[in-house]
Design a protein around this ligand. Sequence first.
Ligand code: 6PG
Length: 242
Amino acid sequence: MTEIVVKRDASEVAREAADLFVSLAKEAAESRGRFSISLAGGSTPKALYRLLSGPEFKDQVDWSKIVFFFGDERNVPPNAEESNFRMAKESLFEPLRRKDLNVFRWTTESGEPAEIASQYESVMVREVGELPIFDLILLGLGPDAHTASLFPFSPALQETTRFAVENWVEKFNAFRLTMTLTVFNAARNVVFLVAGDDKKDALRIVLEGDRDLQAFPAQAVSPKDGRLIWLLDEAAAADLLG
Ligand code: 6PG
């Protein structure tokens, strides 16, 4: 089931996402004793993470019941400028000032990309399950219709058994680290956070264009039994017909 929610601007998208986060966290903690979430990287989610760690939301969540993972990571040290972990640490984890956060990052300092990916997969299986079914996967959308680090025509798009892989990205001439579609499509809830007019072309193609999962990887995110929510601002949604 795909839901499209359009909000006035990026801050309203963040607020809507924060409300959803709180309600899903409560429901998961009550029914399963824990809330497993995979965070999105990039810049769009920063507003959400800052809101969640701020005075309006931080006391609405039982943070000790959450296990935090990352949908993807750059192949850089955890304190590097472009690290997704560093972005979440600075906008969410540190401002919460708590010692009981369960954060599982890609250990990018621990060796070659393939080794990092296989270690991360073992942690996902240990902490979330044999088939890791996340309560919530947050994703962004790139202007080239990539999501997480599933880039157009990249090898990870063909992966059907592994949960976490190294993915060679031609245009960066570098490896990225990413969860696979197997994980995204097993989740209970997948929420895309998309804001800004630089995303409107990609969004129109992904939601209303011809299907081409290699060219437009975000089209391949379709949770089998879960909810798929596109949380958009008006600028990104400007060219949608539906
Ligand atoms: C990353 C993200 C990536 C991101 C999109 C959108 O590691 O960069 O996983 O998929 O979500 O590129 O990025 P912005 O939110 O910065 O536009």
